[in-house]
Design a binder for this molecule. Structure first.
Ligand SMILES: *Cc1c(COP(=O)(O)O)cnc(C)c1O
Length: 365
């Protein structure tokens, strides 16, 4: 039996009738774009995140872009972020005309090294985008302190961390804005593209709501240069069903991580993920480090086990960024980690026996 990296079918089977009904209702009402389902999901999601506001958008990338635009960030501005993330993080910065400044990561959490942030601040720095990578929160208190001291905005990229806690607070609710992706494989995923911006800041909320829908104040009056970045009704209806299960699924991911930790801890050759005392990790990904990673990946694949590498090339080394001079910088921790990280299957429906099988294969390796 094959063990995939993510099993969206297993999850769908467990909630099929609820999902099918929710979709059918939206179709019956033909409430396809924004509408009632979207606003009620926005309410539920802002409650979930403990924020005053939430705006449903078309993707996590759109949420990041709208956060930057709403804060007035653009041409000539610098935005500090991590090179150890999915490219959408820096795409949004470049898309608004700003310049990404990469700061290296911590070797244990793989998150931006907050101790290195202050040195990277210049007169042009307007925002920091910390990424709660793999579902483990960034150390937000010292980061917020630096940002407040220098009057810089903080946009949390929480696209991999739905429900993760930092000192008991939901990620996404700590900075000026929090951005979530509902890409199907995320801890909370829809059946297409979708995203959300959450905030306690009324101005960011109003601006994001205006800009996601062509900058319109009414049907054919446009008061700002906007975008078509709307969430659709079918996705919102699906997400409303799935939000009820998110905590349960996250707990199952945590339980699976515990089984891995136990099975892998006798092996000196494997570096396990950490969970800092300030964190509740939601294990979007369970990432180990091991020498000869590519050989282990091959061995697992020969045994019908899918794994992933998130991500094999740090952003500053991406070919697309060579052309614009972002590749010259030395970010040694990111470069080192990219060579030996490996993501093992961790989805909620994964069986304990499967995890034991994977651990045994790694032990033999
Ligand atoms: C998935 C992801 C995004 C982008 O989300 P989309 O919904 O795919 O646009 C941004 N940042 C991180 C860290 C992600 O994992």
């Amino acid at each position: 039996m094959k063990i995939p990296l993510v099993d969206l079918k297993a999850q769908y089977s467990s909630i099929k009738s609820e999902i099918d009904n929710a979709i059918a209702k939206v179709i019956a009402k033909t409430s396809f774009i924004l509408g009632e389902e979207v606003s009620s999901f926005e309410n539920e999601f802002s409650n979930f995140c403990d924020t005053r506001y939430a705006v449903g958008v078309s993707s996590g990338t759109a949420a990041l872009q709208l956060a930057l635009v709403s804060l007035g960030i653009g041409e000539g501005d610098e935005v500090i972020t991590t090179p150890f993330t999915f490219i959408a993080t820096s795409e949004s910065i470049l898309e608004v005309g700003a310049h990404p400044v990469f700061v290296d990561i911590e070797e244990d959490t793989y998150n931006i090294d907050v101790k290195l942030v202050e040195k990277a601040i210049t007169r042009k720095t307007k925002a920091i985008i910390p990424v709660h990578l793999y579902g483990h929160p960034v150390d937000m208190d010292p980061l917020m302190e630096i940002a407040r001291k220098h009057n810089i905005a903080v946009i949390e990229d929480a696209c991999q961390a739905h429900g993760a806690l930092y000192k008991g607070r939901k990620v996404g609710s700590i900075g000026d804005a929090g951005c979530f992706s509902f890409y199907p494989g995320k801890n909370l995923g829809c059946y297409g593209d979708g995203g959300m911006l959450v905030t306690n800041n009324e101005q960011i909320f109003e601006k994001t709501k205006l800009l996601r829908d062509h900058g319109r104040s009414d049907k054919y009056t446009h008061i700002a240069h906007g975008y078509n970045f709307r969430l659709d009704g079918i996705q919102a209806a699906i997400l409303k069903v799935k939000l009820k299960y998110l905590e349960k699924w996250n707990d199952k991911r945590r339980k699976n991580a515990g089984i891995y930790n136990e099975g892998l801890s006798p092996l000196g050759s494997v570096t396990q993920p950490v969970e800092k005392e300030y964190a509740k990790h939601v294990y979007h990904l369970y990432v180990i480090r091991i020498k000869e990673r590519d050989k282990l990946k091959l061995l697992l694949s020969e045994n019908s086990i899918d794994t992933g590498i998130h991500y094999p090339i740090p952003l500053h080394k991406q070919p697309v960024y060579k052309k614009i001079g972002l590749s010259d910088k030395k970010l040694p921790v990111s470069e080192k980690c990219a060579k030996d990280i490996l993501s093992l299957p961790i989805y909620a429906e994964l069986e304990e026996d499967d995890i034991r099988k994977i651990c045994n294969l790694i032990a033999e390796f």
